[in-house]
Design a protein around this ligand. Structure first.
Ligand SMILES: NC(=O)c1ccc[n+]([C@@H]2O[C@H](COP(=O)([O-])OP(=O)(O)OC[C@H]3O[C@@H](n4cnc5c(N)ncnc54)[C@H](O)[C@@H]3O)[C@@H](O)[C@H]2O)c1
Length: 471
């Protein structure tokens, strides 16, 4: 299934007569905690018939009576109305609920396992019951394409490698043929969960097949006409990455607070101004995986902030960790080149970013220095650097980098070649740090092992001899 926006289902194109694609499919929801209870109330409010299922009798009783099992704004009113109008019921029999509905939402808990991983036992047991329900439906010749929608936060791969096999085993049916599966992460914030449901930050649907994707997209159409359709593993990863990002934001804000306080600077004023910058600060800028940061500002200023914090006795593990993480990224590039076994390497792009001849703290120089220390020969090309560029002057203060950087500063003019073809001709492997059309063409036609640090090619155009550092 290709990524893209949702197109309304073409009714005439349907191969199978499907009761499930009524305007409002009936939905069973297993797990009536925060996510399940909110989904039950809000989906009922959109006109769906809802059957809630939980092992916890208190939650089942509350939902069945139209009471909220949790404290959440508006939730009690919606559940009350859903029950009064006959759209919501609840019990503890998942097998029966599956038989009685067209779509099953799974929102059971996924607590932390003793080893720190994710405990998926509730998903497994729910999946087995869903499988049994599907088998009984099949026996009764109920001709629906039942869709199971996993909404839990889980490690990527869990939907297809854990939930689907359990359902298939228990049902004897095949995913994608007899039933569909989606992963639809929940982005609600407790306290404003109903408002978030009605106005979601985004709707993400990873699906086993187009039919399943369309059914789920249609359910959410009243609140989001443009869901993001993607592979199941992408949707699973998005949920984790979102929450890690939120944690990183909180931690960053808190470290700024601890940095500011001993200096007598108002951290809220600083962050108010920081947040007004929606071009570089609160924006997609700097967020795509690529190569290490470098240049004349970032490394120097992260170091300076760390120094200020140290001088005030303040520990800032995340800001300190940025430097360690950057070093680890450079080390990964070196490892990737080493793995090719190349004795001669072409480096395409030397400056810390394209369009400048600034070599100060350019991270690829660290890579070159390390390779040369291991006896690897390097030929380098950069669109903006010529023999006239004042290389030595730029590198004269490289005291913070790898030991080989000083020697490199002296030798770099000799490593430079005028044309990228000249660098590649004698090389066993290529490192690319700038995304130029001519570098892409060279990599494509050379068939030499290439370490791509800038995502030269999209997924569809991926070449077997090109290895990306984070893709
Ligand atoms: N709470 C949030 O704000 C939030 C937001 C987004 C995603 N999530 C994710 O959604 C999932 C559910 O979160 P939650 O906070 O609603 O969990 P919860 O612990 O509040 O509720 C889970 C419910 O599932 C029930 N359950 C477990 N196994 C069952 C089974 N086999 N049959 C019937 N019921 C069963 C439990 O009794 C419990 O009531 C988790 O993976 C969580 O990480 C939570």
């Amino acid at each position: 299934m290709a990524d893209g926006t949702y197109e309304p289902l073409n009714r005439a194109a349907r191969a199978v007569p499907l009761r499930v694609i009524e305007e409002k499919p009936a939905i069973s929801i297993v797990g009536l905690g925060y996510v399940g209870a909110v989904s039950a109330a809000c989906l009922s409010d959109l006109g769906h018939r809802i059957v809630g299922v939980d092992l916890d009798a208190a939650k089942v009783d509350a939902i069945a009576a139209g009471r909220s099992p949790i404290h959440e704004h508006e939730l009690g009113d919606l559940l009350n109305r859903g029950v009064a109008e006959g759209r919501i019921s609840a019990h503890d029999d998942l097998i029966r609920a599956v038989q009685d509905t067209d779509v099953t939402f799974v929102s059971v808990g996924t607590p932390t396992a003793p080893d720190g991983g994710c405990d998926d036992r509730y998903i497994r047991s729910a999946a087995r019951a869903i499988g049994e329900g599907l088998a009984l439906k099949k026996e009764r010749h109920v001709d629906t394409y039942h869709v199971v929608v996993l909404r839990c936060s889980i490690p990527p791969g869990t939907t297809m490698a854990v939930m689907v096999p359990e359902i298939e085993k228990a049902s004897g049916l095949l995913c994608g043929k007899d039933f569909g599966v989606c992963f639809n992460p929940e982005f609600l914030r407790e306290g404003v969960a109903v408002a978030d449901f009605r106005k979601p930050p985004k709707t993400v649907v990873g699906a086993s097949d187009d039919r399943a994707a369309r059914i789920v997209a249609r359910i959410f159409e009243p609140v989001d006409r443009n869901p993001i359709l993607c592979e199941i593993e992408t949707a699973e990863t998005v949920k984790y990455v979102d929450n890690v990002w939120h944690a990183v934001k909180v931690t960053f804000g808190n470290e700024v607070g601890r940095l500011c306080k001993p200096m007598g600077v108002d951290s809220h004023k600083v962050m108010d101004i920081f947040c007004q910058d929606t071009k570089l600060n609160l924006s997609p800028y700097y967020l795509k995986p690529g190569f290490a940061y470098g240049g004349s500002c970032l490394p120097k200023e992260v170091r300076a902030v760390r120094h200020i914090a140290d001088s005030h006795g303040v520990d800032l593990p995340m800001i300190r960790g940025a430097m360690d993480s950057n070093d680890a990224h450079i080390a990964e590039a070196i490892r990737m080149v080493r793995e090719t076994g190349a004795k001669r390497v072409a480096v395409l792009g030397l400056a810390f970013k394209p369009g400048t001849d600034d070599l100060r703290e350019s991270p690829v120089l660290e890579v070159i220095a390390a390779l040369r220390a291991e006896g690897v020969e390097v030929a380098a090309h950069d669109m903006s650097i010529t023999p006239e560029t004042r290389i030595a002057a730029q590198l004269s203060y490289v005291t913070h980098g790898a030991p080989g950087l000083r020697a490199l500063a002296e030798d770099l003019p000799e490593l430079l070649v005028a044309r990228p073809e000249d660098a590649v001709a004698e090389a066993d492997a290529i490192i690319v740090t700038h995304n130029h059309g001519c570098y892409r063409e060279l990599v494509k036609s050379s068939f030499k092992p290439t370490i791509d640090l800038v995502r030269l090619f999209s997924d569809e155009m991926a070449l077997p001899h090109v290895d990306g550092i984070g893709w």
